[in-house]
Design a binder for this molecule. Sequence first.
Ligand SMILES: Cc1cc2nc3c(=O)[nH]c(=O)nc-3n(C[C@H](O)[C@H](O)[C@H](O)COP(=O)(O)O)c2cc1C
Length: 238
Amino acid sequence: MHALIINGSPRVKKYSNTDKILEKIISGMKDSGSTGELYEISDRKQWEEIREKFYHFDHILIALPLFVECIPGLLLEFLETLPVPAKDEFAGERKVTEGSETDSAFSKKPVLSFLLQSGFAEGCQLRCGEEYLSILSGKLGCEYGGTLVKGNNFGIRLVEEKDREKMVLPYQRMGQIYGEEGNFFSEECKKFTGPEQFPGWVRVMVGLMFKTFAKKSFDKAAKEWGCTKSLKDRPYET
Ligand SMILES: Cc1cc2nc3c(=O)[nH]c(=O)nc-3n(C[C@H](O)[C@H](O)[C@H](O)COP(=O)(O)O)c2cc1C
């Protein structure tokens, strides 16, 4: 199989975690004898080419980060510009115009699968996005190929090369399955998400960490990026 693969992150390729994940997905696809053609939504110059190719692929994979519990706005902006074919433009549902049949422009509905990844680790916080994507595929005139859901990816672009390799390596197996099956419906893909929710004591520890260590790191990063006010500043309150 040869799939159209889209990185739906607004972050440019060099800094995108999704990009590093997709490298492994594509490598896994190769293991199963499949290939992929990768495009980035962050590069608007590629939009026209993606639009032209979209409905000519049998398999499409859109990989995206969870942004504020949902889909990045730039990806939505792109998807809204897709020329969604009418149902009868796909072969097998031949169009009848004034009594005569015309050829369909597209061979069959593409199977659209998603890879939804995020910073926080619990699977439950990605489920709303997953539900949205399952509906979106139909609205885009595609068959739904499932969503690979995985959190705990904040650090990918921040850690050293060897640690990054450790973080993204499991995606290679997922790529292999995608290459073999053309979707993410298998039990192995479902289990890949990990825990839906952490146990109570872990949630307490994470809460503490965010109030102490993480807060310090956020303050430090903000200062380095030129922020002159406290992160607690509420300029619109008055
Ligand atoms: C504006 C913004 C909003 C985010 N919102 C969430 C969120 O709601 N939940 C979450 O778990 N991670 C969130 N993240 C973290 C990203 O999903 C995560 O770091 C992801 O790996 C980024 O992929 P990318 O580098 O390809 O954009 C957010 C990141 C940004 C920049």
